[in-house]
Design a protein around this ligand. Structure first.
Ligand code: FBP
Length: 562
């Protein structure tokens, strides 16, 4: 950590980034007391309206809000106590959300205070927190990581947990709770906002869209923070590998990239680096592909390149691929229910073999056969404990190894049949954690600071149950628009841990969306030609074309073509 008095222990880059002043949207520059709330029309949830409405009687249908310039001194009159919690996986820029919040609160009233719950939502339940003073904040501005207050994946969902959370906040006289998280954590923010209203508690709950996965977005939330930086980090590494394969010309590299469900990270990195093969989970699902078909497709690229004497290449595999393969998806869904229904019996079993045999005995015949056919390691990984939200821990499943193992077998068959005469030597990688705590890019540094500052304005205006929304991100930060989107507006009903639950709908890669369509136009060329791109490291200083570059995803989705 760099503090003013102790910067000598930090790297030179950290010392320089500590001095960077994020650019605030013009709208927020004069502080929360200089903006007024403009309300839009009543909203609806994205699906299952009647059920969501029934579950959220107090917060359903609220209007969108936009900030407009105008004097609003009343919100600065009473000193407030706000608390922030970081929830879920790390994403570059989390510290700047806190810095923006703190600065926004202090600008409105220097007596306002900000606290940080420690270790994620469990910090709320356990009442563990610390004050974020301007002095403490100094050393964390524009830094990666969540180490200022850490994060966690505890979900506050049972009646007892909800009551404990409320009791902690009431006891400490907290007026506003800011939850920085992904789709699950922000669903939780919506649940808490509703519960507090039901209980007549005047505590405002605001969400902030975080996740490197880029899957918390919609018309009003253009991207989640961290996606920009993480994809830049992965693209640097993939670009370097592309240059290595083209130099050594003897290996195929298989790179699995993080992204628990959606393939946005993989697609963005593909646009940045032009690898020979890019698998997109959403396409696999749409085409109802089997594992065998995916492997056959890979084999045809490997053998076509081998015919041209190119026994090398780079393939990108999204972390969430496995759940998009319909037969695997069906297996995982069955496993989710079985593991939830037989939790106690399974807990008593000591070996994976025992658990696997038990599970196989409960599965329908087709899925039992599939489970049996999987390499032992993969089958074991599928049965590992779920995260607290009930999701398979896909980051533990080595999909690239599964594919390479099956590809080797397929290439051997083709060789025997005289259809392939190359050499196949594979190297495997998983890039995930490397990107989650990187020093935020200039885009993420500005975006997160604005999201935090905007969240302070929402909290001071009592907009409970809203997600902080900063829009028009392809423009310069000064021109970004600010406001809030009701959390219930993004919800639908999904099956989790064997039960129907209201959740914020994940944004998957759309096959008729520009990022995929642009990729589909060129992938054939990338497969055979060595059209690799080398993005290099994130630049924090230098010409704006390199320091302020936004993602292809944002550019394609928001209009500007490649
Ligand atoms: P969030 O959705 O919480 O932002 O986390 C995303 C992620 O980075 C995924 O890409 C990955 O699958 C997961 O976190 C891994 O986290 P963990 O190590 O806690 O399982």
């Amino acid at each position: 950590m760099a503090t003013k008095s102790n910067t000598s222990c930090c790297s030179p880059l950290q010392q320089h980034r500590c001095k960077y002043k994020p650019v605030l949207p013009d709208m927020l520059k004069k502080g929360p007391c200089a903006v007024k709330v403009k309300t839009g029309k009543a909203t609806q949830s994205v699906a299952d309206q009647a059920t969501v409405k029934k579950m959220f009687p107090n917060t359903y249908g609220m209007p969108e809000v936009t900030f407009m310039k105008g004097a609003n001194p009343a919100i600065g009159k009473k000193a407030v106590k706000a608390a922030v919690v970081l929830s879920g996986g790390q994403a570059p820029g989390g510290h700047n959300v806190i810095a923006g919040l703190l600065d926004g609160l202090k600008k409105a009233n220097p007596k306002n205070k900000l606290y940080g719950f420690l270790g994620g939502p469990s910090g709320i339940l356990e009442g563990k927190w610390k004050e974020i003073t301007p002095k403490l904040m100094e050393g964390y501005r524009n830094t990666g990581g969540f180490d200022l207050i850490q994060s966690g994946r505890t979900k506050i969902e049972t009646d007892e947990q909800l009551a404990t959370a409320l009791a902690t906040l009431k006891k400490n006289k907290v007026n506003a709770l800011i939850i920085v998280g992904g789709d699950d954590s922000n669903t939780n923010a919506g649940v808490l906002a509703e519960y507090f209203k039901q209980q007549g508690a005047d505590i405002c709950v605001i969400g902030v869209p975080k996740t490197i996965d880029g899957d918390l977005k919609n018309d009003k939330i253009e991207t989640s923070f961290g996606f920009d930086t993480a994809t830049k980090i992965y693209a640097e590494m993939v670009g370097n590998i592309c240059r290595d394969v083209n130099s050594a010309r003897k290996y195929w590299h298989f790179v699995r990239l993080m992204g628990r469900s959606a393939s946005h990270i993989t697609l963005e990195v593909a646009h940045k680096t032009h690898p020979n093969v890019t698998l997109v989970g959403e396409e696999v699902l749409a085409k109802k592909m089997t594992l065998k078909q995916i492997v056959d497709d890979l084999a045809s690229v490997v053998s076509a390149r081998a015919k041209e004497g190119k026994n090398f290449g780079v393939a990108l595999v999204p972390e969430g691929l496995i759940e998009f393969i319909p037969e695997m998806k069906a297996l995982i869904a069955e496993l989710n229910d079985l593991l939830a229904d037989h939790e106690a019996e399974l807990a008593k079993m000591n070996t994976v073999t025992e658990k696997k045999a038990f599970i196989i005995s409960k599965l329908p015949a087709k899925l039992a056969a599939l489970m049996k056919s999987l390499p032992e390691g993969i089958a074991a990984q599928l049965m590992l404990d779920r995260d607290p939200h009930g999701n398979v821990q896909v980051s533990l499943i080595e999909t690239e190894k599964l594919l390479v193992e099956m590809l080797r077998t397929r290439l051997a068959e083709l060789k025997k049949a005289g259809k392939y005469n190359g050499k196949f030597s594979a190297i495997m990688h998983f890039f995930g954690y490397e990107g989650r705590c990187g020093v935020p890019s200039t885009f993420d540094a500005n975006y997160t600071y604005a999201l935090g500052y905007n969240a302070a304005a929402l909290a001071l205006n009592g907009c409970s149950g809203y997600l902080s929304s900063v829009r028009k991100l392809t423009r310069k930060p000064q021109q970004w628009e600010c406001g809030g989107v009701p959390l219930t507006m993004m919800m639908n009903i999904e099956r989790r841990k064997g039960k129907e639950k209201p959740v914020i709908r994940k944004a998957l890669v759309e096959l008729n969306g520009e990022p995929f369509k642009q990729f589909a136009k060129v992938r054939q060329r990338w497969a055979m030609n060595d059209d690799y791109q080398f993005p290099g490291p994130i630049q924090y200083f230098g010409p704006a074309e390199v320091t302020d570059m936004i993602t292809f995803t944002l550019r394609f989705e928001r209009g500007a073509k490649k």
